[in-house]
Unconditional design. Structure first.
Lengths: 276, 333
């Protein structure tokens, strides 16, 4: 009896998990399907799920109207650049917080995280003006700096929790063995934290890739990443759903593929600090 | 040469004074054991010598040179940690070679020393394994190997055997003692286990709450403990303490007599009591005897004793080995 009960329970849980998974994935699936429809079929009611005339015309149209490769490269440079710059700053910061904590370290960490609670639009005008004065508007370097700063609290927090798991005695052993601070970080801490650093890197690339507020507000054409590329296909009137869907599909495809291949690291990254 | 001198060394964490002013002299080549109950400050003291903690005041000299402000890497000491603290991402070979690599020694010499250390410690077959693929005892050996390759002024051991099982612990105890015989390098060893202290040390430092209670050779501490604490801490089973009238007869507040210095007989003797628990070890029997008006006394009888639970016996202390203590707990001589 007990076995039967757990069997049923397992079935229900599995069905529920699939239902939730599909519900989450459905908008993405719908976008991908719509991108292969004609504009007329895209707004047809009732919509058809698969029984429509598959076409690639939206992709052709989108590629002739805008330079996908430029935006793609901008996305790559900005997300990679901001992530690497962020790690460069965050590794020493997380090291000091994890291994030589002071009285207020916890407070500093909380304060760093609290900056993420600030609505970004609150600082849009000052940052816009600074960008204008420094000539950083519509430049990759400007976006790299902004996105680094935006995501830095998360990178520091994630690395901090990973570093915390590394026994301090191992670092002390390195110190006894004659390692300088630099040797300690390069030969001992970083190699031991590789899984943690990898998931931090991946999560941050995704966050930076998907970031839309700053990329839309601070770029126009030259440095615009894929978010701006998608946005350029939404218009107040006319038929644009299919082309918008094609642009979206093109924008999310690379990150979706990256995410698919690094699921393991990502799950660890997303549940950081949850399990000790 | 590894002569280490601590003068007026203190350590405070916030408002808590872990080590009150403390002086200690460790001679070159000595095997010194810091022993005491948990929280007595023995590990902190070791970490102060290592440089892993900064002293709050006082001076540390290594080999006559001031070392108080030197970073751990420049004190010329090697340490073996309780958790072994091996580098999990490196092979045994790289673990052992790490201090040499940090010292920028040339590769051929590194290899020569690693092989020599591996041979001494029976690790030759495991050089290409990772620490995760080794047993506890082998990991401990790697940790020791990493310490000996650099030929330090002194070795520091922080409870190195407490993660090993009992049989292995006895083996490693012997190996470390042998290592000391052959290297003749100063060793400072921290443990809470008085058996380790007694069996390995040239000199034992008994600590309580950061204070040195007594310094001496194992047998000095056994024969003439300076106070009640040392008397109770050194020796197994514990010394019996008797207060009240019986102690007053000997002109003391408390008298102490070790289980091996009590003679047991059917009758006659000084104190009469009833046998409670009898622990048969084969080589010895420990009898816990309930004496009227006193705490139970432990008696050590060599070999197999014929006494059973509930037997009435009589006990006689060997007066030559009777320890007397005054009201402050200090030994009366």
């Amino acid at each position: 009896m007990a076995r039967r009960a757990t069997g049923t329970r397992k079935l229900v849980v599995t069905a529920l998990a699939w239902a939730v998974g599909l519900a989450i994935f459905f908008p993405i699936l719908w976008t991908i399907l719509t991108s292969f429809k004609t504009e007329a079929e895209a707004i047809a009611s009732p919509p058809s799920l698969f029984a429509f005339r598959w076409t690639l015309e939206n992709y052709v149209e989108v590629n002739s109207r805008s330079d996908y490769f430029l935006h793609f490269m901008n996305s790559v440079v900005i997300s990679l650049g901001s992530t690497l710059l962020g790690l460069l700053i965050a590794i020493p910061a997380a090291w000091s917080m994890a291994f030589v904590p002071a009285k207020r370290t916890k407070d500093i960490l909380m304060w760093m995280l609290s900056t993420k609670m600030l609505p970004p639009v609150g600082v849009l005008v000052p940052i816009y003006l600074m960008f204008r004065d420094f000539g950083l508007l519509d430049t990759r370097i400007g976006l790299i700096v902004v996105l680094t700063l935006i995501n830095l609290p998360i990178i520091v927090w994630m690395l901090f929790t990973y570093f915390k798991e590394i026994p301090g005695e191992i670092l002390e052993a390195a110190r006894m063995d004659g390692a300088s601070l630099w040797d300690e970080v390069v030969y001992v801490l970083t190699p031991m934290a590789v899984p943690g650093i990898a998931s931090t890197l991946l999560l941050n690339i995704i966050l930076a890739w998907n970031e839309a507020f700053w990329t839309l507000n601070l770029t126009a054409a030259k440095a615009a990443p894929l978010t701006a590329f998608i946005a350029s296909y939404s218009s107040p009137e006319g038929l644009f759903y299919a082309k918008l869907s094609a642009a979206s599909t093109l924008a999310i495809a690379p990150i979706l593929i990256l995410g698919w291949f690094s699921q393991k690291q990502l799950v660890r990254g997303l549940t950081f600090g949850a399990v000790k | 040469m590894g002569r280490i001198t601590l003068s007026k060394v203190t350590k405070t964490f916030g408002d808590v004074e872990v080590i009150p002013p403390l002086d200690l002299e460790i001679e070159d080549g000595e095997f010194v054991v810091f022993v005491g109950p948990s929280g007595c400050g023995k590990s902190t003291l070791l970490r102060l010598i290592a440089g892993l903690e900064d002293v709050s005041s006082g001076e540390i000299e290594i080999d006559g040179r001031p070392a108080t402000d030197l970073p751990p890497a420049r004190r010329g000491l090697a340490m073996v940690f309780q958790s072994y603290a091996l580098y999990p991402h490196m092979s045994v070979r790289k673990n052992i070679a790490f201090p040499l690599k940090m010292a920028k020694m040339d590769a051929a010499e590194q290899e020569r020393r690693v092989l020599a250390a591996a041979k001494t410690l029976n690790l030759t077959d495991y050089l290409d394994r990772r620490p995760g693929q080794l047993s506890g005892g082998q990991r401990q050996r790697v940790a020791i190997g990493r310490a000996i390759v650099r030929e330090p002024e002194a070795f520091l051991f922080d409870e190195p055997l407490s993660n090993l099982d009992a049989a292995l612990r006895v083996n490693m105890r012997l190996e470390i003692s042998e290592l000391h015989q052959s290297l003749k390098t100063t060793m400072i060893y921290v443990t809470h286990d008085q058996v380790e202290a007694m069996t390995m040390a040239d000199k034992i430092v008994v600590l309580r709450a950061g204070h040195i209670e007594q310094v001496g050779s194992p047998l000095e501490l056994y024969r003439s403990p300076a106070n009640l604490f040392v008397a109770g801490f050194i020796g197994s089973p514990k010394m019996n303490f008797i207060t009240g009238e019986e102690a007053a007869k000997h002109g003391a507040r408390t008298i102490g007599i070790r289980p091996e210095h009590l003679a047991i007989a059917q009758d006659g003797g000084s104190w009469r009591g009833r046998v409670g628990v009898a622990e048969h070890l084969g080589s010895d029997t420990f009898l816990h005897v309930n004496v009227d008006g006193q705490d139970p006394l432990t008696v050590r009888v060599p070999g197999e004793a014929g006494y059973r639970h509930g037997d009435t016996v009589s006990l006689t202390p060997n007066l030559e080995h009777l320890h007397r203590f005054d009201e402050t707990g200090l030994a009366l001589r």
